[in-house]
Design a protein around this ligand. Structure first.
Ligand code: 6PG
Length: 247
């Protein structure tokens, strides 16, 4: 667990983790494949990625960007995670357009979910029954314990084979596309990012109640690393042992 004093420190630390993961994957495999989240929390981090030194020290030419989830809205809608990320950093870094893989608002959500699986297959050459392994996945958490667009009580939580499914929920309460647990949990590294006092109670529930069935609690990478990146307000209700142990 990493605890930063405030939201700006969180953004900086998140950008450093992104940069370290990108350079490590580039060195080992010549490529970096990451899935990012939407919502408000990652926006400072995304803006930081669009600035120096990150604009120059990340191998953007060899980076592929996917989305963990998306609201099923046109890309120019203010609720679009893709639209926000384009504005926050993707328009300002030297990444080839073909390496940006938005969840498209085309046809109906179910069809778009299937299309996204095809889009993933273009980059991840996996055999039938295997799942892609992302180098890095950035996740947020909602005050109800959802992560990605995996909401409490929904059938998407039980998905075992599809990589991406369509759901309805959240704020805004709209159709969405989301990656599923079997895909997310393959990742080499997953970073949860949470900021602010309003997230403190749910973080306590997810991190301290071992029997919790909240969606965020079910993110358990099979062999990869799980990092919680919080600011002090978000971590304010966690037990001293947990904070100390993770420090
Ligand atoms: C989305 C998300 C979602 C988000 C949480 C936290 O598109 O809505 O990817 O899972 O990470 O809802 O959102 P905030 O950062 O806005 O609190």
């Amino acid at each position: 667990m990493i605890i930063e004093p405030n939201a700006l420190g969180l953004a900086r630390r998140g950008a450093e983790i992104f940069s370290t993961a990108a350079n490590k994957s580039f060195k080992i495999r010549g490529r970096f494949v990451v899935a990012i989240s939407g919502g408000s929390t990652p926006r400072n981090l995304h803006r930081t990625l669009g600035e120096e030194p990150f604009r120059s020290n990340i191998p953007w030419e060899k980076t592929d960007i996917f989305w963990v989830d998306e609201r099923f809205v046109p890309e120019n809608d203010p609720a679009s995670n893709y639209g926000a990320a384009m504005e926050d950093f993707l328009e300002r870094v030297p990444i080839p357009k073909a390496q940006i893989h938005p969840m498209l608002h085309e046809g109906n959500p179910e069809k778009s979910a299937l299309n996204y699986q095809q889009e993933l297959l273009k980059i991840f050459k996996v055999r039938a029954g295997e799942f892609p392994v992302f180098d890095l996945i950035l996740l947020g958490i909602g005050t109800d314990g959802h992560t990605a667009s995996l909401f409490p009580g929904q059938s998407a939580l039980k998905e075992k084979s599809k990589w991406v499914v369509a759901v309805i929920g959240g704020n805004p309460n709209v159709s969405r596309l989301t990656m599923t647990y079997p895909l997310l949990n393959q990742a080499e590294r997953i970073v949860f990012i949470a900021s602010g006092r309003e997230k403190a109670p749910i973080l306590k529930a997810v991190l301290e109640d071992t029997k919790s069935r909240l969606p965020a609690h079910m993110i358990t990478p099979l062999t990869g690393e799980l990092i919680w990146l919080l600011d002090q307000e978000a971590a304010s209700l966690l037990s001293r042992e947990l904070v100390h142990e993770g420090a």
